[in-house]
Ligand binder design. Sequence first.
Ligand code: ATR
Length: 275
Amino acid sequence: MKKLYAVIGYPIGHSMSPVMHNDLFSFYQIDGHYLPFQVAPENLKDAVKGLKAIGAGGFNVTVPHKSRIIPYLDGVDELANATGAVNTVVNEDGRLIGYNTDGPGFLTGLKKQFASIEGKKILVIGAGGAARGIYFTLAKEKSAKIDIANRTVEKAWSLIKDCPYTTSANAFTLEEVEQVLEDYDLIIQTTMIGMAPKISEQPLKLHNLKKQAIVCDIIYNPLKTKFLQDAEQKGAQIQNGIDMFVFQGALAFEKWTGTFPDVERMRAIVLKQLG
Ligand code: ATR
């Protein structure tokens, strides 16, 4: 009998996860089927109960449920607990356990393309939910100094304060950090600035970008944001948001099935969906 897997969100129409995971279930001949469910916030508790009752193997959680779902689960792992956000739930012998594979997905993709982050000076732009997952995951590695720049600098300081792993870090406004950008080897853009349809926007100017810097953007629509175009023009190596998306999915698939899937296959499917 096929086991149900799902993604719940509100809205859920544009999710690329069903096609990506269903391709993997069929490629690895695993008896699973993955469906999108649009769950309004007031129905979240019942939806989680329902997925548990019917024995779903697991599911992904997306906006706006990533934090609100936590009280309805039977447990969460350390990173999900620290970030206060769950994107992957696994049915472990009838108990629903929440994980966060967003940050680890980003880090795995980053390491695959650029090897180690050891000793690198890192700047995270943004202090929202996505920044939290990435920052905490990087900080857990304990091998880099990670600063944050955010429009509202107080939010950047709160994030640093909340991080259970970090040792020392600085927070800047976006304007301040433009002046000291040459300090950073790796810059990670985690806000939605520059996402379609507002493709001409970018969070900050890269005049002072270090030569040979690595610049990442978690946006994948467009594939190359204005920010990444600018960075590439200045000689940086770049990475777009496809890697984070594909690797968070790969880590979820591994948790559900025990198989770490072929990420290049996943990337091709996602790129095809994006057109
Ligand atoms: P997510 O969970 O997707 O990361 P979020 O929690 O709403 O979303 O966080 C959005 C991030 O984008 C924040 O860092 C926000 O900056 P503030 O903390 O100052 O609000 C940033 N952001 C959103 N719109 C922005 C804009 N127009 N200019 C600068 N920063 C912006």
